[in-house]
Design a protein around this ligand. Structure first.
Ligand code: DHB
Length: 365
């Protein structure tokens, strides 16, 4: 396992925070769920907020499942600790520079401590993100790209203040989307829709809190207390899928193969689902010499990938203000929110996707 950054960097980098039940199950079944079970916050629903009113989507009641709020960097800490505990190596600050011979005897060339090294591999799991070297190692004429850009981004903050609600609040406002989330009972995570090229230096802390309060205000007088902002940054929004997700003995997983816009918190969960498919394929190969599950890796992953792409695109479209929306589109947009909030069938659709489509249903691995 090669990791470009330091252990400290990957263990503290702020990323996603919402785990589907299926993701929790995979982590627990893999023996890395003890702290997650103790410290994860179980949520039974979310709030959709628009026109200064909140509408609860009750996951437990609608689909009998819940989600767990547990920060991605905590998952990373648990995984690193488990791997080092069984004496499997992780090379930190190791820069993979080149992958060769994916179709026969793959090799990874990397730099570590100022020296060049190589690893001869049976298989390569390309878990190196959107900007990594694995996807570019596939010849461009073998890869199909499907993508969509959005005319906005998220300005995200991490703040030392207790979350103003015990569940997540997804807000649509004429001035743009806002999201209240959290990482613990003391730490809030909040996001604001902003321009894709937003200059963060124009957003002093007070302006951020003021804008959040404006967008999240309710008739009942919702109170959002501020606190020290520990971190802020701009998250781009993109939908992207590269197919096939494999080339010879190289497999692309998570953001190396696909990106979802963050609305609905699918990115990490989808990456774990890819890992689950690959792991099962490798077990079948090494235990029984059966190559078929590995051969089917792309097909097994892609159905879930596209379902999650659809859901993330839909949540993003429903909750954001699009520049230059004409009055017809604006009214349709509002009717969509109204329908989801007031129809049991429509809220169930949201809930079913949000908590995560189950593993092992026909065609969905
Ligand atoms: C968070 C991010 C999301 O994209 C989302 O839909 C919900 C929560 C978060 O970072 O907490």
């Amino acid at each position: 396992m090669l990791e470009r950054h330091t252990r400290e960097y990957v263990e503290t980098r702020v990323r996603a925070g919402v785990l589907e039940q299926g993701t929790v199950d995979v982590l627990c079944d893999s023996g890395v769920g003890a702290r997650l079970k103790r410290e994860g916050l179980q949520h039974q629903g979310i709030e959709l907020r628009f026109d200064r009113s909140g509408h609860r989507i009750d996951f437990r009641e609608l689909v009998g499942k819940s989600i767990t709020v547990y920060a991605q960097q905590e998952v990373v800490k648990d995984l690193i600790a488990a791997r080092l505990a069984y004496q499997a190596p992780i090379y930190f600050e190791a820069e993979a520079v080149r992958i060769e011979n994916c179709e026969n005897e793959p090799e990874i060339h990397y730099q570590h401590n100022g020296q060049s090294h190589e690893i001869a591999c049976d298989f390569i799991a390309g878990c190196d993100g959107f900007h990594g070297i694995c996807r570019p190692a596939v010849p461009p004429n073998k890869l199909q790209i499907h993508e969509k850009y959005y005319p906005f981004a998220w300005l995200g903050i991490l703040a030392r203040t207790p979350p103003a609600s015990h569940e997540l609040i997804y807000t649509y406002h004429e001035r743009g989307f806002a999201l209240l989330s959290m990482r613990s009972p003391e730490i809030s995570r909040l996001y604001l829709q902003c321009a894709p090229e937003e200059d963060i230096s124009l957003w002093p802390d007070e302006r951020i809190w003021e804008e959040l309060r404006t967008r999240m205000a309710t008739q009942e007088g919702f109170v959002l207390k501020d606190g020290p902002i520990l971190q802020k940054g701009v998250t781009p929004m993109r939908s992207f899928v590269a197919t096939p997700m494999q080339f010879g003995k190289l497999f692309l997983l998570g953001d190396a193969a696909h990106i979802v816009p963050p609305t609905g918190a699918k990115g990490l969960n989808l990456a774990v689902a890819d890992v689950r498919v690959l792991t099962r394929g490798l077990v079948e190969f090494y235990k029984r010499g059966d190559r078929e599950p590995l051969r089917q890796f792309t097909d097994r992953c892609l159905r879930r990938v596209w379902r999650c792409q659809r859901f993330s695109w839909w949540m993003t479209s429903m909750l954001h203000r699009f520049p230059n929306e004409d009055s017809f589109s604006h009214n349709i947009h509002h009717a969509e929110l109204d329908y989801v909030a007031s129809s049991r069938a429509a809220s169930t659709t949201l809930a079913e996707n949000y908590v995560g489509l189950p593993f092992d249903t026909p065609g969905l691995f």
